[in-house]
Design a protein around this ligand. Structure first.
Ligand code: NAD
Ligand code: DAU
Length: 335
């Protein structure tokens, strides 16, 4: 199989490419990535000799058209992904997430007139908005879209484009909406790596508001094994929700990090809350498990967190050069 992976130099995409090279020697991977602030060649260094990396933008119709024409399948990860950045400047989110997905869809539509091209579009549970803190309710594929932030609104728009291209043009696409990922190679702007690297650099971790907000954590390798399940066994036009029953409130996650790193439980600062901060995400992954036979493997969150801490400890050369600049930007927001 010739597989085009957009956004393959980012957090989830790079882990996806590593796993694919490791486990599927029959797959020839091409990565298309604009190498924005969030994507680096270094994240693909371990598989340098096994893949082709094309530095380019998913809004470049000619380039995307050429690469899709050479592929049997496309997994579309490329996006602007950080909610705080979207609140500060939504424009790149509209461009990459909406126009970029439109460009990928058009390339797949045109290539599909002469051969079969399979598309999997990677999305987020944030398109469903949020849930109350004290309810057993979880997101399903029937939950109405209700995005809260500029980031989730652009992902919701992209999802709608994919659905319309399936219905109107019979593009052979599936969609997935996953909960919060953690693991190696995640940018230090995100919650878990930010706090780990704050401790490693002698800074105090920063908690938005009271820390009562709940996220449904999943190890990145489990997200990616689910994507492969959907790519191989999913039904065209279907949306699959990916989650691993990993609900935790932010304060609990932070205190676990502090304990695993030998710090006192209150060794952190409360900082200004995020505008419009979603309260709780929770996924019901039953159809993925029951219909496609997918099962997460990294279900012990504390073990996954310990391994993630070890990875950041051992890979300061990957995150060290950008840490100060990320914290300076946060300091402007957090006061
Ligand atoms: P990331 O920010 O770490 O990586 C995104 C990658 O996309 C980067 O390599 C970046 O250079 C590339 N990119 C951005 N704009 C581009 C453009 N215009 N053209 C080409 N490349 C571009 O993001 P991530 O956390 O790895 O997320 C990957 C996908 O998974 C996104 O679609 C995101 O919405 C989705 N997702 C993420 C999570 C999560 O917890 N991180 C959960 C569910 C879904
Ligand atoms: O749910 C899936 C989504 O998860 C993805 O679609 C997004 O791309 C991804 O970034 C993530 O979004 P969140 O906004 O949930 O993740 P973030 O890591 O930014 O924050 C997680 C929680 O931690 C959130 O409630 C905000 C809080 N937080 C975040 C930071 C950076 C803090 O308390 N302190 C922080 O310093």
């Amino acid at each position: 199989m010739r597989l085009l992976v957009t956004g393959g130099a980012g957090f989830i995409g790079a882990n996806f490419v590593h796993a694919t090279v490791r486990e599927r020697p029959d797959v020839r991977v091409t990565v298309l990535d604009a190498l924005t602030y969030a994507g680096t060649r270094e994240s693909l260094a371990p598989v340098d000799d096994d893949i082709r990396l094309v530095a380019g933008d998913i809004t470049d119709a000619e380039l995307v058209g050429t690469l899709v024409a050479e592929a049997d399948a496309v997994v579309h990860f490329a996006a602007e992904t950080h909610v705080d950045n979207a609140l500060a400047d939504p424009e790149p989110f509209v461009r990459s997430n909406v126009v970029g997905t439109f460009t990928v869809l058009e390339a797949v539509r045109h290539a599909s007139t002469s051969k079969a091209v399979r598309l999997h579009h990677v999305s987020t549970d944030e398109v469903y908005g949020d849930l109350p803190l004290d309810s057993p309710e979880r997101f399903t594929d029937a939950t109405p879209y209700n995005p809260s932030s500029p980031y989730s609104a652009t992902k919701a728009a992209a999802d709608m484009l994919v659905r319309a291209w399936v219905r109107s043009y019979r593009v052979a696409a599936t969609l997935s909406n996953c909960s919060n990922n953690y693991g190696p190679y995640q940018h230090v702007e995100k919650f878990i790596p930010r706090q780990i690297t704050n401790v490693l650099t002698g800074r105090r971790p920063k908690l938005y508001g009271s820390g009562a907000n709940v996220r449904d954590w999943i190890h990145v390798d489990d997200h990616n094994s689910a994507v492969w399940h959907i790519l191989e066994r999913g039904e065209t036009g279907r949306t699959y929700l990916i989650g691993a029953d990993g609900e935790q409130d932010n304060l609990t996650v932070l205190r676990t990090i502090l304990r695993l790193m030998g710090r006192a439980p209150d060794d952190f600062d409360h900082v200004t809350d995020r505008a419009g901060h979603d309260l709780r995400y929770a996924i019901d992954p039953a159809p993925l498990r029951d219909e496609l036979g997918w099962k997460p493997e990294h279900t012990d969150f504390e073990t996954g967190l310990r391994e993630t801490i070890d990875w950041y400890r051992a890979n300061e050369s990957w995150w060290g050069p950008i840490k100060d600049a990320v914290e300076s930007r946060y300091a402007e927001r957090e006061g």
